[in-house]
Ligand binder design. Structure first.
Ligand code: NI
Length: 170
């Protein structure tokens, strides 16, 4: 059990496509537990393994505000996305940025649990939105990629400025 450091934009590791999990072993169990701990500590609603520098296709979500254990999705795939909507998103890896993104608000997800058992679940509303956001992380995509070109330039300049001011304060 550990709280993992979360990579921040523009770290190039956030751009790598994650690999399917084929070993449902102790090492995977440790990753899942650490992601759940990290999600709780960060008070986010979703976290994908690449945000913690791990390249496995694992994501965790908790829309209960910490009232329940996070949902775990391994090797998730989306089917039947429906009812697109404009949704306000933010991301633990892109601090300080909020933007509107078009997402399906209904979908079916097929995935495996931490023991390797396959399951299928219909998600709606923020559950569906959050799953798409986290699945983007597994593809090396960030929600800011889905913003307008003008917003993307602003996000990039903001990240560069933050990195410079950190460097200057050493
Ligand atoms: Ni994110």
């Amino acid at each position: 059990m550990a709280i993992l450091p979360i990579l921040e934009y523009p770290d190039p590791r956030l751009r790598l496509r994650a690999e399917p999990v084929d070993a449902f072993d102790d090492d995977l169990a440790r990753l899942v537990d650490d992601l759940c701990d990290t999600l709780r500590a960060s008070k986010g609603i979703g976290l994908a393994a690449p945000q913690a520098g791990d390249r496995r296709r694992v994501l965790v979500m908790d829309l209960s505000g910490g009232a329940a254990s996070p949902d775990v999705y391994i090797n998730p795939e989306i089917h039947d996305p429906a009812v697109p909507g404009l949704v306000e998103e933010s991301c633990l890896s892109v601090p300080g940025v909020v933007g509107n993104v078009v997402r399906a608000t209904q979908l079916t997800v097929c995935a495996r649990d931490r023991y390797g058992a396959a399951f299928e679940r219909r998600l709606e509303g923020m559950h569906a939105v959050c799953l798409q956001h986290e699945l983007d992380h597994l593809e090396g995509r960030l929600f800011v990629d889905r913003l307008s070109i003008f917003r993307r330039v602003g996000v990039r300049l903001g990240a560069v400025a933050r990195a410079r001011s950190r460097a200057a304060s050493i």
